[in-house]
Design a protein around this ligand. Structure first.
Ligand SMILES: *[C@@H]1O[C@H](CO)[C@@H](O)[C@H](O)[C@H]1NC(C)=O
Ligand SMILES: *[C@@H]1O[C@H](CO)[C@@H](O)[C@H](O)[C@H]1NC(C)=O
Ligand SMILES: *[C@@H]1O[C@H](CO)[C@@H](O)[C@H](O)[C@H]1NC(C)=O
Ligand SMILES: *[C@@H]1O[C@H](CO)[C@@H](O)[C@H](O)[C@H]1NC(C)=O
Ligand SMILES: *[C@@H]1O[C@H](CO)[C@@H](O)[C@H](O)[C@H]1NC(C)=O
Ligand SMILES: *[C@@H]1O[C@H](CO)[C@@H](O)[C@H](O)[C@H]1NC(C)=O
Length: 619
C-alpha cells in the first residue's frame, strides 16, 4: 500500500515513464520539492530525468541505471563521497590554525615549500602526464575554471571584493616573482556547489557539484549530458560524426564557440562542439579516442556485416571504454603505484582472467579527496613541449600553456602529428619538490597574465574543507600523529623542517602541502598519503561499477577471448592505430626510448595492438 502511494507521488515526466530524481539525494522528486525547485528556477540544474532501467541493457551514456536501486547515482551531478567530512570555520570559510589565526597565505606557502624550475625524469615520457590528465577529465569537469575565466572575471578588482563567489589569492609584497611584476592578486573563484545552483539551501554543509559522470566511462568523449549522444551519432554502422581538417580527423566543430580562448584567429577556428576544449594532454586523447571509436566500429562491421547500427555503436563504445581503463590500471598506474601494491590492494588482478568485485550496496561516486589528490600531478607537468616530425626529427619547442583551450592549434601546421611524436620522444618532469615555471606563474598562457596551479591547489583545499593532513594520515595508517616528531618517518629531515617552518602545529599542516614533500609509497613513486587516497577511490570505482569491464556477468560481458584481446592493447599499440603517421614507437611508450625499449615498427608483434577477431560471430 505504501509503495503504491509513493509511486503516485513520484514525478513522471512526459509520456516516456521517465522519473525525475533529485541529483543531491538520489531520491525521486516529490511534489513539494518540485514546487520549491520551480520557484527557484532550478529544476533543470538540480534534477535528472531517468527512463526505467533495464538490467540487461548496455552502460548508458548519461551514467544512469548503473546502480539499479539508485538509478541517478552515476549521472552528472552525483554528489561526491567524502573520506573525511569537510571542516570550516564560520560560514564555510577556511578552517583556522590551532592558534585561532588564519592559516599561512597560500602563495607564501607555495614559495616556501616548493622549488621552481624545470627538471627531467629520466624514465617517463610526456605521454605519461597527458594520459593522467585525460583520465581525470573523464570524471572531473572544468566548470570552476570556466567560472573565473568567463563568468566572474573581476575577483581582483574592488568590485570583486564584495562578490561572495570571489576568493582571490593575495600575493605577498616580497614574492620572489611578483615583486618584479607588481601583481598583488591572482584570480580565483569559490568552488561551485549544490548551494550555488540552489539545489540545497544556503547555510547547509558545502557539497561540491561536478558535471561529469563519476565513472571511468569516457563521458568526455561520448558526452554525458542527457540525449546529447544522439547529436554525435550518425546512426549508420555504429559510427560517430567526424570531420576532416588538414588531413586529420576531429570531433564536430563549433566555429562560433567561445570556449577556445586561445585559438589564434583567423587561422585557427576549430573548437569541439560537444567535448571539452581543455588542457593539451587531455584534449589530445579526447581527439584520439574519439577517432578510435570509428575505427573499432568499422572493423566490427567488416567482421559482422549483419550487425545493426545499435549493436555496432554500443559494442565499439564498450571496447573503447575498456581499453582506456585497461591501459590506465594495468600499464600506467603500476609505474607509480607499484604493481605489487596494486595487486595486494585489489586494484588489478594477478592473471588475465575475469575479476568480479561488484557490490551493489556501494554507489558510484568519486571522492572529493580523489579530485583534490589528483591535483598533486601539477608537480610533474613539464610545460616546454617538444615537437617532432613523423621521421623523428626535432622541429621546435612550444610552451604548453599557450595550447590550453586552443583546439584550433591541433588542426593546423601538422601540429597534431608533431605533438603525438613529441609525446613519446620527450621525457617528462620528475617526481620531486620542483614545480615547472609555467605551472607556477603562467599556467593559462595568454588568457590570464599570471596564475599559479600549485597555489590555487592550497587555496582550493581550504574551500573544499579538507581536514588536516594528520587526520588523513591517521585514516591511512590507523596511528595518531600529535607532534612533528611523529611524522619523521614520512619525510626527509629537510622536508619536515620546511613544514615546521611553515606551520606552527602539526594539526595545521594542509594535505596538499604535506603531499608535496611526503616520501613515496614503498615500491611506488607517489606520496604515501596520495597513494592511500587514490586507492580508496579506485577500489570504490571498481566495486561500484556494475558495468566494470573485467566482470564476467555484466550485461553484454566480454568473452574470455575478448577480454584477453583487450588486455593485450598498450598505449604504444593505440598510437600506432590512431596517431597520425606513427609507424614506429617504443613498446612501453610511457617509458622513454632506450636500448631495452627501442623504437620498434608498429607491425611488430612486440607492439600491443587491438585484434578484434574474437568479436567475429561464427554463423
Ligand atoms: C518530499 O521530499 C523531501 C526531500 O526529499 C522530503 O524532505 C519531504 O518529506 C517529502 N515530502 C513528502 C510529502 O513526501
Ligand atoms: C541553472 O539555472 C539557471 C537559471 O536559474 C540557468 O541560467 C543556468 O544555465 C543553469 N545552469 C546549468 C548548468 O544548467
Ligand atoms: C557562465 O556563463 C555562461 C555563458 O557565458 C552560462 O551559460 C553559464 O550558465 C554561466 N554559469 C554560471 C554558473 O553562471
Ligand atoms: C543563496 O545565496 C545566494 C547569494 O546570496 C542567492 O543568490 C541564492 O538565491 C540563495 N539560495 C537560496 C536557495 O536561497
Ligand atoms: C605564448 O603566450 C604568451 C602570452 O600570451 C606570448 O607572449 C608568447 O609569445 C606565446 N608564445 C608563443 C610561442 O606563441
Ligand atoms: C585577473 O583577471 C582579470 C580579468 O580577466 C585580468 O585582467 C587580470 O590580468 C587577471 N590577473 C592576473 C594576475 O592574471
Amino acid at each position: 500500500m505504501l509503495k503504491i502511494l509513493l509511486l503516485f507521488t513520484y514525478m513522471y515526466v512526459g509520456t516516456s515513464n521517465a522519473i525525475l530524481y533529485d541529483c543531491f539525494t538520489g531520491e525521486p522528486v516529490n511534489r513539494t520539492l518540485l514546487r520549491i525547485y520551480q520557484e527557484r528556477d532550478a529544476v533543470a540544474n538540480c534534477t535528472v530525468e531517468i527512463k526505467p532501467c533495464d538490467p540487461t541493457e548496455w552502460r548508458r551514456v548519461d551514467g544512469s541505471c548503473n546502480n539499479l536501486k539508485y538509478p541517478s547515482r552515476g549521472t552528472q551531478r552525483t554528489p561526491s563521497h567524502r573520506v573525511l567530512p569537510p571542516v570550516f570555520s564560520h560560514d564555510y570559510e577556511p578552517r583556522k590554525a590551532v592558534s585561532g589565526e588564519s592559516l599561512p597565505l597560500p602563495r607564501r606557502l607555495r614559495t616556501q615549500l616548493l622549488l621552481v624550475g624545470r627538471t627531467t625524469d629520466m624514465k617517463l615520457t610526456q605521454l605519461f602526464s597527458y594520459y593522467v590528465l585525460f583520465m581525470i577529465s573523464d570524471v572531473l569537469s572544468s566548470h570552476d575554471i570556466i567560472n573565473y575565466l568567463q563568468n566572474i572575471t573581476t575577483c581582483c578588482t574592488p568590485e570583486g571584493q564584495n562578490n561572495y563567489n570571489c576568493i582571490p589569492i593575495k600575493v605577498p609584497v616580497d614574492d620572489p616573482v611578483h615583486r618584479f611584476s607588481g601583481v598583488r592578486c591572482l584570480n580565483l573563484t569559490r568552488p561551485q556547489s549544490f548551494q550555488t545552483f540552489k539545489c540545497l539551501d544556503n547555510g547547509t554543509t558545502f557539497a561540491r557539484i561536478v558535471f561529469q559522470t563519476p565513472l571511468f566511462d569516457l563521458s568526455h568523449i561520448y558526452e554525458y549530458r542527457p540525449g546529447f549522444i544522439n547529436r554525435l551519432r550518425t546512426f549508420e554502422n555504429g559510427l560517430m560524426k567526424i570531420e576532416e581538417e588538414d588531413g586529420e580527423l576531429f570531433p564536430p566543430t563549433d566555429p562560433n564557440s567561445n570556449y577556445c580562448y586561445q585559438n589564434q584567429r583567423p587561422k585557427e577556428t576549430r573548437c569541439h562542439m560537444y567535448q571539452v576544449n581543455n588542457v593539451l594532454g587531455s584534449n589530445l586523447w579526447i581527439i584520439l579516442l574519439y577517432r578510435h571509436h570509428n575505427q573499432i566500429a568499422r572493423e566490427l562491421y567488416r567482421l559482422n556485416p549483419s550487425w545493426d547500427d545499435e549493436r555496432l555503436f554500443y559494442t565499439a563504445r564498450d571496447i573503447n571504454m575498456a581499453i582506456s581503463v585497461q591501459i590506465y590500471f594495468y600499464e600506467l598506474l603500476p609505474i607509480i603505484f607499484g604493481k605489487r601494491n596494486m595487486i595486494r590492494d585489489g586494484l588489478i588482478g594477478r592473471g588475465e582472467g575475469f575479476r568480479d568485485l561488484y557490490d551493489e550496496t556501494i554507489e558510484p561516486r568519486m571522492s572529493d579527496e580523489y579530485f583534490f589528490g589528483m591535483r598533486w600531478f601539477h608537480m610533474i607537468q613539464k610545460t616546454n613541449m617538444k615537437l617532432y616530425d613523423k621521421d623523428g626529427y626535432y622541429i621546435k619547442t612550444y610552451p604548453m600553456a599557450n595550447v590550453t583551450a586552443r583546439t584550433g592549434f591541433f588542426a593546423v601546421d601538422n601540429n597534431m602529428q608533431h605533438i603525438i611524436q613529441g609525446s613519446f620522444r620527450q621525457l617528462g618532469g620528475t617526481f620531486d619538490w620542483t614545480v615547472d615555471y609555467d605551472m607556477a606563474d603562467r599556467l593559462l598562457g595568454g588568457i590570464l597574465f599570471s596564475s599559479d596551479a600549485t597555489t590555487s591547489d592550497i587555496k582550493k583545499g581550504r574551500y573544499f574543507g579538507m581536514q588536516s593532513y594528520v587526520n588523513y594520515k591517521e585514516f591511512c595508517t590507523n596511528r595518531k600523529y600529535t607532534s612533528f616528531a611523529d611524522l619523521k618517518d614520512s619525510f626527509s629531515e629537510e622536508g619536515l623542517y620546511r613544514l615546521m617552518e611553515a606551520y606552527k602545529d602539526p594539526k595545521d599542516i594542509e594535505l596538499m602541502a604535506a603531499m608535496w614533500l611526503e616520501k613515496p609509497v614503498k615500491g611506488g613513486r607517489i606520496p604515501e598519503t596520495l597513494y592511500c587516497l587514490l586507492t580508496e577511490q579506485y577500489r570504490r570505482s571498481i566495486k561500484s561499477d556494475r558495468h566494470w569491464y573485467e566482470r564476467p556477468n555484466r550485461p553484454h560481458a566480454f568473452t574470455e577471448e575478448q577480454l584477453k584481446a583487450i588486455r593485450k592493447v598498450t598505449i604504444a599499440g593505440m598510437l600506432c592505430a590512431i596517431g597520425d603517421f606513427v609507424t614506429e614507437i617504443q613498446p612501453h611508450a610511457f617509458f622513454g626510448i632506450s636500448p631495452s625499449n627501442p623504437l620498434t615498427k608498429c607491425s611488430s608483434s612486440r607492439i600491443g595492438k587491438l585484434d578484434l577477431t574474437p568479436w567475429k560471430e561464427c554463423n
